[in-house]
Design a protein around this ligand. Structure first.
Ligand code: FE
Ligand code: FE
Ligand code: MG
Length: 177
């Protein structure tokens, strides 16, 4: 653990143990995000599947990179990243949407919903940090910017599908109860 590094946050009054817990929850979401894209890209078929698979494959890599950055920060703060995949289910904020229907347009809608959930998770994390841990905050800013970009890319693809654009502006975030 980086003692001085942890101190930066603690001396500003941030509950570092709670921060580690929230980072681990987001970390679990990232593994699901990675897998939902990765395996979805393998099984996808149908309308516009070429460009959709290309985008999903790229996003999968970026989600894995998010997991990497969160794990590193958890370690720096003296925590341990979730060690067992079965705990991803217990810790995650967002629902893992099983890509059971291989139709690319359907996968796209699932991933848009997941990105909206991710955006909410990182907004809440920034609120929790409240400027008290600049190092974690920088990481979350980068990740949040990627999630916003992901949602935007997927929405652009959805608009290119005849009748496939998302209906309404509602969030539809699959946050677990
Ligand atoms: Fe992500
Ligand atoms: Fe994303
Ligand atoms: Mg993209």
């Amino acid at each position: 653990m980086g003692m001085k590094g942890r101190e930066i946050a603690a001396k500003r009054g941030l509950d570092v143990d709670q921060l580690i817990k929230l980072l681990n929850k987001a970390y679990s979401d990232e593994w699901f995000a990675y897998y939902q894209y990765w395996v979805g890209a393998k099984v996808a078929e149908g309308v516009l599947f070429g460009p959709i698979v290309a985008e999903m494959t790229e996003h999968a890599k970026e989600e894995l990179h998010h997991a990497d950055r969160l794990a590193e920060r958890i370690c720096q703060l003296g925590g341990t990243p979730v060690l067992s995949p079965e705990d991803w289910y217990k810790e995650s904020n967002c629902e893992y949407l099983v890509p059971a229907n291989p139709e690319a347009a359907v996968l796209l809608q699932q991933n848009i919903a997941s990105e909206r959930c991710a955006i909410e998770v990182y907004e809440n994390l920034l609120e929790f940090i409240d400027g008290k841990d600049p190092v974690t905050e920088d990481i979350i800013h980068d990740v949040l910017a990627d999630e916003v970009d992901h949602e935007n890319d997927l929405e652009a693809l959805a608009k290119a599908i005849p009748g496939g654009a998302p209906k309404g502006k509602g969030c539809g975030c699959p946050v677990k109860k």
